[in-house]
Structure formats: C-alpha cells, structure tokens
Design a protein around this ligand. Structure first.
Ligand code: ACO
Length: 325
C-alpha cells in the first residue's frame, strides 16, 4: 500500500558571525570557563549583531536548505517557523521569511513551543504533507535568545546563543514500511503545570514588554532526562522501531549532561549522538536543525540513516520524531 511520506530533501543553517567564548563572557559576568564547561559542556555561543533579526537568520537557513534540496519556492507551499523570539509580536516571523524568499503563494505561520519548537513545527508540516494539503514545506527553527537574556543573571545568560536551522520536506509516496525515507513517526507532549520552571517574565498581554528569561535550572534538569527518554522511546515504538535501529540521535542541545543521560536511558551510545552544544550553546528551537546541518555537511549522516530527534522546553513541552534521512 502506498503511503504519503514527508521526505527531508535538504538542510541549512545560519549562525551570526560574532562568537563569544566563555572566557570573553567571564570578563563581564561572574563566571568561569571551567564552571560553564563542567556544568553544561558549552564553550562558546554565536550572538546576533545589532539589527540582525530572527527572520534574517531564518531566511539564510531556508535558502541554504532549499539549495541543498535542489528546490525553489515554487516547489513549496508551506513555511512553518518555530521561534520564541519573533521579530515582532505580529506579523509572524514566518511571513517575513516568506516575503524575503519572494514567495507569494501558499501559507506561512509560526509555532511556539520554545526549545521543542522544531519538533512541533516538523510534526505540523508532516501532517500537511501526509494529508496532501502541502506538496513541499520549509520547516525552520530560528532564535535570537540573546535579546531576552538578563545579562546580569549568570545562572541563565551563559547557557544560550543565537542561530537558525531549516529542513525542506517534499511529499513522496512510500511503501508504508520503516524502510521508507521521510518522517516515520512523531510524538508531542506538554504539561502546563510547569510554566514557572522556565519562562519569560513579560509579554504583550501581561507587562507590555518582551521581558527576560527566568529558569529554575535544577527543576528543568530533573524533568528533562525523564521526559526526553520517554518521548524518544515513544516515537520509536510508534514507528515500530527500537534504539538498535537508530543511526543517529539528534537531541536538543541544551546541556551535555542532559544529552548524555538521555542517550544512556534510551540505550544509544554517545558515538551515535550528534553534539554541537559546545559550539552553539542552547539555541532553543534552532538547536536540532543546526546540529542536523553540521552532521549532514560533515558526512556523518548519510541517505537512509535513521534519525531520532528529541527536545524539551518551557511549558513544559517535549517531543520526538523518527526520520529516515
Ligand atoms: N558561573 C559560576 N557559578 C554559577 C553560575 C555561573 N554561570 N551559575 C550559577 N552558579 C552558582 C550558583 O550561584 C550556585 O552557587 P551557590 O552554591 O553558592 O549558591 C552554584 O553555582 C550551583 O548552582 P545550581 O543552579 O544549583 O547549579 P547546577 O549544578 O544545577 O547547574 C545548570 C546549573 C547548569 C543551569 C543546571 O541546573 C542545568 O543544566 N539545568 C538544566 C537547565 C537547562 O539546560 N535549561 C535550558 C533550557 S531547558 C531545555 O532546553 C531543556
């Protein structure tokens, strides 16, 4: 039986030019390189230039993904952009990217699930493609978290960075087996009772200003490993796969300790986990497609590889996807 699949055709990334090392940060924040590396694995982060917007990074990433796919905007009719740091309250950052790409047809919208945003956006785009509502889609995770950090709060400002990543999907008919290329399963969860563990203390309807990120790091850590392992295993089970089938885990890049503990729980050795947190820090919704782009361009990910994407973020939200590249 033929089954419509959302097949990944290309990936792209964009990082601001400016790199800020831990040592540079320690000149203005009461911290040390060693503390940050030991607790998080982060060595550096990219920070957007003045005037460089989330939509600018997203547009560059989308262009590179389309180029890798050998496709143009005529081949897509959907843009789903995950961000918690939009250019403006409205219009959506996705419509700005649509305009930048010169696309006047189809539809574009944002989704908001913070660090899980890319998995949420991928899930939405997959539904559009599997139901025939879209032929092709660009799925983007893009953030400028540097703009919502409290740079006097050492417990949070050292953890995040800016960037964008994108994946181009195209509808293709598969056989309905796990040998098919494309998205094989997705699983999403949320639990709003944890709203106050990780949040921004502002917004249009509360304070009228964007606000700053606040986090109870220990609380987040506690839930992260359990939720990520559970959702990763659920996505594999839904597809009829096990951890032995996984070629690469591409986790949300928040913290090297969370990544390692989750991989151990799922039963995948670290040699099969893509880790970029040392170079990018936590770029929220952008972190998975940024890591994916690195591993595709350096040749680790090959066509036919089975990828397990997993993420958790504020809300809490969490999600995972099994995808054959
Ligand atoms: N430099 C030096 N010391 C620091 C820093 C810093 N940047 N930040 C905090 N400290 C100090 C604290 O003040 C505290 O000092 P005290 O003992 O004198 O009071 C001490 O370090 C320990 O602080 P904790 O917050 O308990 O440190 P912990 O070991 O829990 O590490 C961290 C903090 C890294 C944030 C950890 O809790 C964590 O990784 N949590 C997960 C959070 C995360 O990854 N969030 C990302 C978003 S959510 C997601 O993407 C999944």
């Amino acid at each position: 039986m033929s089954v419509r699949r959302a097949v990944a055709m290309g990936a792209g990334a964009a990082l601001p030019e400016r790199v800020v090392t831990n040592t540079e940060l320690a000149a203005s924040v009461d911290t040390t390189h060693d503390w940050i590396v030991e607790r998080t694995g982060i060595h550096q982060r990219h920070i957007a230039a003045d005037g460089q917007l989330t939509s600018d990074l997203a547009t560059d990433a989308a262009r590179r993904a389309l180029a890798m796919a050998g496709m143009d905007v005529g081949d897509i009719d959907l843009i789903v952009l995950a961000t918690a740091t939009p250019d403006q309250t409205f219009p959506s950052t996705a419509t700005r990217v649509q305009h930048n790409l010169g696309m006047k047809h189809g539809c574009a919208f944002d989704v908001q699930a913070v660090c899980s945003g890319f998995v949420y956006a991928l899930t939405v785009a997959t539904q559009f493609i599997e139901t025939g509502k879209a032929r092709g889609a660009v799925v983007i995770g893009a953030e400028t978290f540097s703009r919502i950090l409290d740079w006097s709060d050492r417990a949070t400002c050292v953890l995040f960075g800016d960037g964008a990543g994108a994946v181009v999907l195209r509808g293709e008919d598969g056989t309905g087996t796990t040998d098919d290329r494309g998205v094989l399963s997705t699983e999403l969860r949320s639990d709003g009772q944890h709203n106050t563990a990780l949040y921004v203390d502002g917004g249009p309807s509360s304070t009228g200003v964007a606000g700053h990120l606040r986090m109870n790091g220990r609380e987040v850590f506690k839930h992260a490993v359990r939720n990520l392992a559970e959702i990763g295993e659920a996505a594999l089970a839904t597809a009829g796969l096990t951890s032995d089938d996984v070629s690469w885990v591409i986790p949300h890049q928040a913290n090297a300790r969370i990544i390692a503990s989750t991989a151990q729980k799922i039963g995948v050795p670290m040699e099969r986990v893509i880790v970029t947190v040392q170079d990018h820090a936590n770029t929220s919704a952008a972190s998975i497609p940024l890591a994916l782009d690195v591993a595709i361009r350096d040749g680790r990910i090959q066509p036919g590889d089975l990828l397990l994407l997993e993420a958790m973020g504020g809300g809490f939200t969490w999600g995972a996807a099994a995808l054959r590249w």
